[in-house]
Write a protein that binds this ligand. Structure first.
Ligand SMILES: [Zn+2]
Ligand SMILES: [Zn+2]
Ligand SMILES: [Zn+2]
Length: 311
């Protein structure tokens, strides 16, 4: 009886294997179910779908491309005053589960070309705009950082909405749109901020802001007519062009254009004195690195001077 049972068991096993092979021989002529979505596509993730063979349970997976962002601007060429883009850019408009939450796509920005030979005699001082330059298809508009300024310097800062400049007597403001910097540092430097005998003199009324450098320079020279850094800056060029020692925030803006302005080494004096009790110090800007460091230093130290004017 024992042997009979064993034999029966072997026969049975063989029969099952044989049946399985007959039902789905390799290769299986699959019978697929419909595709089922496993991963819903989004701007950045592709669709994943699967289908299953009803005979052998094989699974086939389909991977789709991401949808890509929606509603972006087409690439555009740079003009004299407006940057271009060599790739699509803008804010994605796809919403809902398949959207990306309004991601801002920078694309690949092409710097504005800058103008060629601006005719500054036609400059509109009430809105800051220039007329078309010599470059083909120029529409005029605003000058850009790096353009040659009306007094032969370089445009160092542009604010299209304009900014208020406290005038040299401090009793009013003028509207300006640009800072123009001299092409190089003032010769004969570096300069101390104050003479040794005046280091401890508290000069009240200098400020940090954009548009304050002109007034600061006059305040310093009124208190100390031979303050070396302010004197050097103020003495550049024609007096009617009102060159001055920039405030610390004006220098911070110039730091953003440090490569274009050729200001890539050392410390530059601002016209902004530190506040009490640190009145023997004034603010300097470090142009030696790409990090925009503003520091205070003793007035006796000698640093570089770059002269600017606002218009
Ligand atoms: Zn199959
Ligand atoms: Zn998107
Ligand atoms: Zn132009």
């Amino acid at each position: 009886m024992k042997n009979l049972f064993r034999m029966f068991g072997i026969i049975t096993t063989t029969a099952i294997i044989g049946f399985a092979m007959a039902a789905c021989e390799e290769p299986c002529s699959h019978t697929w179910s419909a595709y089922v979505t496993k991963v819903v596509p989004t701007c950045t993730v592709g669709r994943t779908e699967e289908r299953t063979c009803t005979k052998c349970s094989d699974v086939e997976t389909y991977y789709g491309d991401p949808l890509g962002h929606q509603g972006l601007n087409e690439p555009k060429a740079a003009t004299c005053s407006e940057p271009g883009n060599s790739a699509k850019y803008g804010t994605c408009t796809r919403t809902g589960a398949q959207g990306c939450g309004g991601t801002v796509i920078a694309g690949t920005v092409i710097t504005a070309l800058g103008h060629q030979n601006i005719n500054w005699t036609s400059f509109n001082a009430t809105n800051g705009k220039i007329s078309a330059c010599d470059r083909a298809n120029c529409a005029g508009g605003f000058a850009v950082v790096g353009d040659t300024g009306p007094k032969g310097g370089k445009i160092a800062y542009v604010k299209r909405e304009g900014f208020d400049v406290t005038n040299s007597s401090g009793d009013g403001t003028d509207k300006a749109y640009y800072l123009e910097a001299t092409p190089g540092d003032v010769e004969g430097g570096p300069f101390a901020w104050a003479l040794a005998s005046k280091v401890d003199t508290n000069i009240t009324g200098t400020e940090k802001g954009i548009g304050k450098g002109l007034r600061n320079t006059q305040v310093v020279l009124t208190a100390d007519s031979s303050a070396p850094a302010a004197f050097a800056a103020n003495g550049y060029g024609n007096p009617s062009d009102s060159w001055f020692l920039p405030s610390i925030e004006e220098l911070q803006e110039m730091h953003k254009a440090r490569i274009i302005l050729g200001m890539t080494t050392g410390l530059y004096w601002s016209s902004t004195q530190d506040v009490a009790p640190y009145t023997s110090e004034a603010f300097v800007q470090n142009f030696g690195s790409g990090t925009p460091d503003s520091l205070v230093a003793g007035k006796i130290h000698a640093y570089r001077v770059r002269t600017v004017r606002a218009f």
